[in-house]
Each structure stands twice: as C-alpha cells, then as structure tokens.
Design a binder for this molecule. Structure first.
Ligand SMILES: [Zn+2]
Length: 99
C-alpha cells in the first residue's frame, strides 16, 4: 500500500473491478455458474461456492470481459491468490497431467 503515491492505473483498476461486479450480476455469469464446475480443476462445485476469477488478474492488466473471467472453486481461488504466477502455472500443469 502506497497511500500517497499517484497510480495512473488506479482509475482503470477501479473501472475493471466495477465491471466485474456488473458481470457477476449478469445472466451470462449465472448460467456459467449453474454448470457447477470449476474452470481450473474441473471439480463439480455448487454454484453458490464458485467465485469469479480473472484469468489475467486486473492488477496485471486483465480486463473484466467474458473472455477473461472464469468460475473457480474456493480452493483454486485461494491458491491463485497465494501462489506466485509461476507457481500457479505449475499448479495448472499438475492438474492437466493428473487423470
Ligand atoms: Zn478448482
């Protein structure tokens, strides 16, 4: 946190986060969650437990578009927050190689 630093991207980030909130209310998103499956690990997950995840995080320039948001289960979402981008990539690869 740098409360006094001026961040030229800050307004953009706020806009993308606002757009994500709107997308979360949309029928499109509700239909995606109704499928009840995590985009990353493919586990069956109740719609109520799916969270919206940005494939490319907003903080790294990702947009709140239909092509960049996916439903993720809590465990994937938590992992993604805790892991470094490289470690996250390794995790995704490990999911693909396991049956
Ligand atoms: Zn998952």
């Amino acid at each position: 946190m740098k409360p006094y630093a001026y961040d030229p991207d800050d307004r953009g980030l706020k806009r993308e986060r606002q757009k994500a909130r709107e997308l979360r209310q949309s029928q499109w998103w509700k239909r995606r969650c109704a499928k009840g499956r995590c985009h990353y690990c493919g586990r069956r997950t109740p719609a109520a437990e799916l969270t919206m995840d940005h494939v490319v995080p907003v903080a790294r320039g990702g947009k709140s578009t239909k092509g960049n948001v996916v439903p993720a289960c809590k465990s994937c979402n938590t992992r993604k927050k805790q892991l470094l981008p490289m470690e996250w990539d390794d995790y995704l690869r490990s999911l693909q190689s396991s049956p």
